[in-house]
Design a protein around this ligand. Structure first.
Ligand code: 3PG
Length: 215
């Protein structure tokens, strides 16, 4: 059982944006992942909000990245059962919206590297005490956004965040400019409407723009 912070730090450093995906149809998994990887975003967050989500993760793990690595797929975990299912589906890491003890324990038990969610100083400190140094800041805008992250940076300089929830093309650069932000997550790169319509070129273009955002 280990908390693989170095691996999560490496993944979080691969691209400035992690696209958050809601995919209804497994047939969309491969062309979607290919478009995102071509656009420069190899780390993908597949939410477990659809019946097809686990099959989508499995399908996406077969997609090769242009620069020689596979896309890193993760699942949005809420229950201990989600952890088991996500690992079986081939997830290479997990993301949680919050960090109840049972869920962190389940991920550690499963050996699943984790980007755990935190929205407050207490949550961040509790996770840091368990060895997690890269956290999802969620819901970013609802939890105070840039002001809160700046505030947390003073007393908790050892923690890096991936703000997600309300990050947009308009505010992403402001988040990425913070010293304690390593990357950000967002759904605007591949919203369900574009995925359902099979607009892979447009998704690739959005990914290219997002991958060029500087940190
Ligand atoms: C989500 O839970 O769907 C993510 O936080 C993405 O949020 P966003 O749609 O505001 O990018």
């Amino acid at each position: 059982m280990k908390n693989d912070t170095a691996y999560i730090r490496e993944l979080a450093g691969l691209a400035p944006i992690i696209p958050v995906l809601v995919v209804d149809d497994v047939a969309h998994a491969i062309p979607l992942a290919e478009a995102l990887v071509r656009g420069g975003l190899p780390v993908l967050e597949v939410t477990l909000r659809t019946k097809a989500a686990l099959e989508v993760i499995t399908a996406m793990t077969s997609v090769e990245g242009q620069i020689g690595f596979q896309p890193f797929t993760d699942a949005d975990l809420v229950t201990a059962q989600d952890v088991t299912a996500a690992v079986a589906a081939g997830s290479t890491f997990g993301v949680t919206p919050g960090s109840p003890t049972f869920l962190i324990d389940a991920c550690l038990e499963a050996g699943l590297p984790l980007l755990p969610g935190a929205a407050t100083a207490t949550e961040a400190m509790t996770l840091q005490a368990r060895g997690f140094e890269v956290l999802k800041f969620f819901p970013a805008e609802g939890a105070g956004g840039i002001k809160t992250l700046k505030g947390l940076g003073g007393p908790l300089p050892g923690i890096s965040f991936c703000p997600t929830g309300g990050v947009t093309p308009e505010n992403a650069l402001d988040y990425l400019a913070l010293p304690n932000v390593v990357c950000a997550g967002g759904s605007w790169i591949a919203p369900s409407s574009l995925v359902k319509a099979g607009k892979w070129n447009e998704i690739e273009e959005r990914a290219r723009h997002a991958s060029a955002l500087s940190r």
